[in-house]
Write a protein that binds this ligand. Structure first.
Ligand code: UDP
Length: 323
């Protein structure tokens, strides 16, 4: 049985990934500081004998928290998903409210995990983000696009953190020939998103269910492309386990682009909601457009999302209705 470590495994994407890896019969070690991750996400996994949870911060050297578990054992794969990820400053869990933690998780944290991967000869995957493209001047965004990022704006702690994490990962690829790859995750949604993390999909669904106003920031003409979690988890696993992904960068996301106003109307109709739409101020540096070019993932990983936004939103609405 091979052993996998998932840093950030108690977050929304991380907990789905751990669950899927356990089904695939890997032994899973999850590390999460729980500053934005949620213990509720991993409760069902805790009784699985192949799952081990460590509440720790990856900015602490791995020898401090990993050695007792892996003494004399192997660590085959390391997934780095540990970082706050919501840009909504109204949410306590936003990276705007954890600026230093976000920068350190992606810099020092990435360094510590790369050192660990090097020591254990593990394969490594760094989860970067569509945010490294900033407010893109071209659309769709290809992996070769360098982006348009404000280096010290309000979102910079995340954007520049992810850019640094990419540079650090490739430092190990170039200097030590580490078997590593990078994925850039575009907007992803689904069950187990946190109700209060301020993302547009969870906000709109909760507002629609509660019949309160849907809060559109700006005019709602900005676009995003929304990928359902199950498709994303398959993409992440393909990127790690494919023999062709070493030293490569892949965009992972849905290619169907929607304006935020279209998303609001779609969620209203799927929930039969009486909610009004209310327009609020657009946050600073909010990207006007975002859509991945996933040609590379299609060709090299044989991956593309299969789940339509209507189907994915229905499942997500059902989850939030059950809460
Ligand atoms: N947004 C919105 N209302 C909300 C939350 C977000 O209009 O209640 C907008 C936000 O300004 C952005 C888009 O929806 O343009 C996506 O926001 P999200 O926080 O989900 O992630 P982002 O793609 O900006 O990282």
């Amino acid at each position: 049985m091979q052993t996998v470590l998932v840093a950030g495994g108690a977050g929304f994407i991380g907990s789905h990934l751990c669950n899927s890896l356990l089904k695939d019969k890997y032994k899973v070690i999850c590390i999460d500081s729980l500053i934005t991750g949620d213990k509720k996400n991993i409760e069902p996994l805790l009784k699985n004998p192949n799952y081990k949870f460590i509440q720790e911060d990856i900015t602490r050297p791995y020898e401090k928290w990993l050695s007792p578990i892996t003494k004399n054992s192997r660590l085959d794969y390391v997934f780095h998903l540990a970082s706050p990820a919501s840009p909504n400053k109204k949410s306590k869990k936003s990276y705007i409210n954890y600026p230093i933690e976000t920068l350190l998780a992606n810099s020092l944290g990435t360094y510590n995990l790369l050192e660990m991967a090097q020591k254990f000869e593990s394969k490594f995957l760094y989860t970067s983000s569509s945010e490294i493209y900033g407010d893109p001047a071209i659309s769709p965004q290809k992996e070769t696009y360098f982006g348009n990022v404000n280096p010290n704006g309000i979102r910079s702690v995340y954007d520049e953190g992810k850019r640094f994490g990419e540079a650090m990962t490739f430092g190990y690829v170039r200097k030590y020939n580490l078997d590593a790859r990078i994925i850039r995750i575009f907007n992803t949604y689904g069950p187990m998103m946190q109700k209060d993390d301020g993302r547009v999909v969870s906000n709109f669904i909760n507002q629609a269910i509660e019949n309160t106003s849907l809060t559109i920031y700006g005019k709602g003409t900005q676009t995003r492309s929304f990928c359902f979690i199950d498709d994303m988890v398959l993409g992440i696993k393909r990127a790690m386990f494919s023999s062709l992904s070493r030293g490569e960068v892949f965009n992972l996301g849905h290619t169907e682009e929607k304006t935020i106003l279209e998303l609001a109307k779609l969620i209203k109709s799927l929930t039969d909601s009486q909610s009004e739409i209310e327009f609020e101020e657009l946050p600073v540096d909010d990207p006007k457009t975002r859509r991945p070019d996933i040609t590379k993932a299609r060709e090299i990983l044989g991956w593309e999302p299969k789940i339509t936004i209507e189907e994915g939103l229905r499942k997500t609405v059902a989850y939030f209705e059950d809460l």
